[in-house]
Design a protein around this ligand. Structure first.
Ligand code: M6R
Length: 593
């Protein structure tokens, strides 16, 4: 269990705990801090013996990180233990009710309400008691439940928070991610919303919300355990940065055949594509930034209006969506709660949902009309890198696929872009090979406490991602601005020694980018510039530091340009001694609102 939790620590890491049935009772061990603290407490597992248990790494929502607030949460008699991902939204009313019935609470968590409520309804049949609780709790939850009266079974419950079941030989598992159990089995069941499961050593039975048995499909996971391990690299983030050429190759190459973009099992018909009047791109964080690049590229080549919306805004803004609106949902994890809620809102309004997702079988993938997988493999570092690159590649392929059907692109241009796409992995390798230059600049500028990223068009979209990468892992305040906006306010912040990362890869606007560099330099800024090989000489005359990427079709520039952005953030964070794979306050999949 400790090993499984290690692989899930990227999802949350402010405290951890286990409950194990041992010598006739539940033994619970919990500790604030990283998993290592718990592991030490448990003498790496030797301290408690047992063959059934539940474990959890927490990311606090209700109640500060502390030993007591860690999961598992246990009912008053100590009989029932619960681990929980998500939020019980009506926990306060339920807690009041239970307290009025004389139930004492020990923690500040919403999860304790679940454990206490199960015990309140429990009359010897655990499944029935859990079923009754589910009709009373509201919110998002994946639950693992263990009761000392029935130590041969575990109960799993899922609503709006990921949960999978792993089928082994003489052993079965529940986990919120395949990575936790891949060492033991590759046969998994993806639980659907509202489902429960009873796991014993010998089998797994799933039930619907009404406790009627349901048959579930068994899926086979085909990636190797090495994919979820560091493989000699110091950090997952660096490993994943270095994996990008291969990941992008996997995302692109099988989808270009005989000079055409091909999507297997793709249900959007040519007639439907010709009827699309608007495209919404909905996502969060870096996936949203992919959407920003997508907007510039898709509008240019398709001449269809494309609106990019943060999922957390989209869901509450009464968006204008109808059956001629294609809603492109982008998510690495496929479990981001805001993105999921936006997807459901778009579906309710009649839109067609096409998702671009990395995690196979994830909730977003399963609830979409169509899915294009990015095939990036497991991404462990909280800061996304290879998922971003593969999402970008798939959005570009989708644009080209649509352009062919809509007749909005000359055949020669289409052929040329496909050729350039096939060169991308090798060009990415070239950019990675020159990483020492970036490491040098990071060593020069790592102590600046405020950084501005400026660019226009695709470079602005790229700047958004560069800035997010830097702030999330190095804790340096940074902002990305569309360069043309500088003079409308931001330029007042530029003073002697301010660091400006000037993105100037987009050839059509290179001269304008140069003017912006002059503008900030004349106010004292130090400028680190990114441009293409063909503009190197000109930019070198102005910038304090310069990194170049190979020339390619403009549409593909962000795919190359993002690598120096990632490396810069990585090396700065390394210089500053930050915990790169597990930045403070962040979790890999954000399954709460
Ligand atoms: O799994 P998703 O792509 O839906 O996640 C969206 C964001 O939470 C994610 O991109 C986040 O911004 C990353 N930490 C960025 O590196």
């Amino acid at each position: 269990m400790l090993d499984g939790l290690t692989r899930l620590e990227y999802r949350g890491y402010d405290s951890a705990g286990v409950a194990i049935y041992s010598d006739g009772a539940l033994k619970v061990a919990k500790a604030k801090g990283r998993l290592q603290v718990l592991s030490d407490l448990l003498e790496a597992g030797a301290a408690i013996h047992g063959t059934v248990g539940i474990g959890h790494t927490r990311w606090a929502t209700h109640g500060a990180p502390s030993d007591i607030n860690s999961h598992p949460q246990v009912s008053r008699s100590g009989k029932i233990a619960v681990v929980h991902n998500g939020i019980i939204e009506n926990y306060s009313a339920l807690k009041q009710f239970l307290e009025s019935q004389g139930v004492p609470f020990t923690s500040e968590t919403d999860t304790e309400v679940v454990a206490q409520l199960i015990e309140y309804f429990y009359d010897g049949d655990l499944l029935q008691a859990v079923g009754r609780v589910l009709h009373r709790i509201e919110g998002a939850y994946a639950l693992g439940i263990l009761c000392s009266d029935t130590p041969d079974q575990l109960i799993a419950v899922r609503r709006d928070s990921p949960l999978i079941l792993g089928l082994g030989k003489g052993e079965n598992f529940l986990a919120s991610d395949v990575t936790a159990i891949i060492k033991h089995t590759r046969d998994v069941i993806y639980m659907d919303d509202g489902e429960l499961a009873v796991l014993t050593r010998d089998g797994v039975q799933c039930y619907n919300h009404f406790l009627q048995p349901v048959d579930k499909e068994i899926s086979h996971v085909d990636w190797e355990i090495d994919a979820a391990e560091k493989g000699g690299y110091e950090h997952f983030m660096f490993k994943e940065i270095m994996e990008q050429p291969e990941a992008v190759r996997r995302a692109i190459f099988p989808r270009i055949r005989d000079g055409e973009v091909v999507f297997e099992d793709f249900g959007l018909t040519d007639d439907y594509i010709r009827e699309i009047r608007k495209i919404y791109i909905v996502a969060c964080g870096s996936s949203y930034h992919v959407g920003m690049v997508g907007k510039y590229n898709l509008e240019r080549i398709l001449r269809i209006p494309v609106e990019v919306s943060l999922a957390s805004e989209f869901r509450y803004r009464e968006p204008i969506v109808d059956e001629r609106t294609l809603v492109l949902v982008i998510s690495q994890s496929g479990e981001t709660l805001d993105t999921m809620a936006a997807l459901r809102e778009a579906r309710r309004l009649g839109g067609k949902i096409l998702s671009i997702v990395n995690v196979v079988g994830s909730s977003i993938a399963r609830e979409s009309d169509e899915v294009l997988y990015t095939w990036a493999g497991p991404e462990i570092a909280v800061a996304t890198t290879k998922a971003y690159s593969t999402q970008l590649a798939v959005v570009d392929l989708l644009g080209l696929y649509f352009a062919r059907r809509l007749g909005t692109m000359e055949r020669a241009e289409y052929d040329q872009i496909l050729q350039e796409m096939l060169l991308l992995p090798a060009q990415m390798e070239q950019v990675l090979e020159r990483r020492e230059d970036i490491q040098y600049y990071a060593s020069q500028y790592f102590n600046h406490d405020s950084v501005f990223y400026i660019g226009r068009n695709l470079d602005y979209a790229l700047g958004l991602e560069g800035s997010l990468k830097l702030k999330e892992i190095s804790y340096i305040h940074s902002e990305a601005y569309a360069s043309g906006e500088l003079k409308h306010g931001t330029i007042s912040l530029i003073e002697d020694g301010t660091l400006v990362v000037a993105l100037a890869t987009y050839g059509r606007l290179f001269e304008k980018a140069m003017s912006n560099v002059v503008e900030v330099k004349s106010r004292g800024a130090d400028v680190l510039a990114l441009t293409t090989e063909s503009h190197r000489a000109e930019m070198a005359k102005l910038a304090n530091g310069l990194v170049t990427i190979p020339d390619t079709n403009p549409m593909l520039l962000p795919s190359l340009g993002v690598i120096p952005m990632q490396l810069y953030a990585y090396y700065v964070a390394l210089q500053r001694g930050c915990d790169i794979d597990k930045p403070r306050n962040l979790a890999k999949s954000v399954t709460v609102e």
